[in-house]
Design a protein around this ligand. Structure first.
Ligand code: ADP
Ligand code: ADP
Ligand code: ZN
Length: 214
């Protein structure tokens, strides 16, 4: 099974992808995570992407599609892929088709997380993750059971993204509206789009996604 989680920044794509990984042994392919790793490692891709990401704009289609192809090649063929934050433009959607076809894979579902834009700023500005294992948290909506200790790995170190500020979020939302939302009709025409209420609580969102995947 290969699925796309689609939605604006803060919609809950990463949160839900992490849950699907744990429950179904699928693999999360997040171009945002890949790019952040490249920035941290100071690779040529990272050097190109850093300022673009900090501004909330989109990194080039060629760069992200190459990252996705490499990650898929490193995966066992029987493992399902969850595309999180990719594709984000029409050229990326076209590349994904070719990338999947050449590897004998096909898309099963495109799941759109529908959210109220006003809620996204609060979600994004309260977001943080475990520095050791990457588990996602939120200042208000998902706190660790023991304050300051990661539920999943016990680490006491957490981090916030430099682009998770109100100004950048507005740019990222505008990019989503202008370039990403318009790719939905391609998938709608194929009858593979499902919509989920991303404003529901996290467990309800997971339940709704599970119901689509069965
Ligand atoms: P995305 O990957 O779509 O940018 P995330 O999954 O990182 O979004 O979620 C953004 C923030 O909102 C995180 O801090 C997360 O804990 C929180 N969050 C995710 N889903 C929900 C939800 N259904 N209700 C409330 N907060 C949520
Ligand atoms: P969010 O889920 O909060 O929108 P991501 O982690 O997916 O954020 O992406 C962070 C940043 O990385 C984006 O604002 C953009 O600069 C870059 N990026 C990630 N994925 C892509 C992509 N598919 N195409 C272009 N740029 C991307
Ligand atoms: Zn952790």
């Amino acid at each position: 099974m290969n699925i796309i989680l689609l939605g604006p920044p803060g919609a809950g794509k990463g949160t839900q992808a992490q849950r699907l990984v744990e429950r179904h042994g699928m693999k999360q392919l997040s171009t945002g995570d890949m790019l952040r790793a490249a920035v941290k490692a100071g690779t040529p891709v990272g050097l190109k992407a850093k300022a673009i990401m900090e501004a909330g704009e989109l990194v080039s289609d060629e760069i992200v599609s190459a990252l996705i192809g490499d990650e898929l090649d490193a995966m066992p063929t029987g493992t399902g892929a969850i595309f999180d934050g990719y594709p984000r433009t029409a050229p990326q959607a076209a590349s994904l088709e070719a990338i999947l076809a050449s590897r004998g894979r096909a898309l099963d579902h495109v799941i759109e997380l529908e959210v109220n834009e006003d809620a996204l700023v609060e979600r994004i500005t309260g977001r943080y993750t475990c520095a050791a294992c990457g588990k996602g948290y939120h200042d208000t909506f998902e706190q660790p059971a023991v304050a300051g200790t990661c539920d999943k790995c016990g680490s006491h170190e957490f981090k916030r993204r430099p682009d998770d500020n109100e100004e950048t979020v507005r740019t990222r939302m505008a990019e989503y509206r202008a370039k990403t939302a318009p790719i939905l009709p391609i998938y709608e025409a194929r009858g593979i789009v499902s919509r989920v209420d991303g404003m529901a609580d996290m467990d309800a969102v997971t339940g709704a996604i599970e119901a689509i995947l069965v």
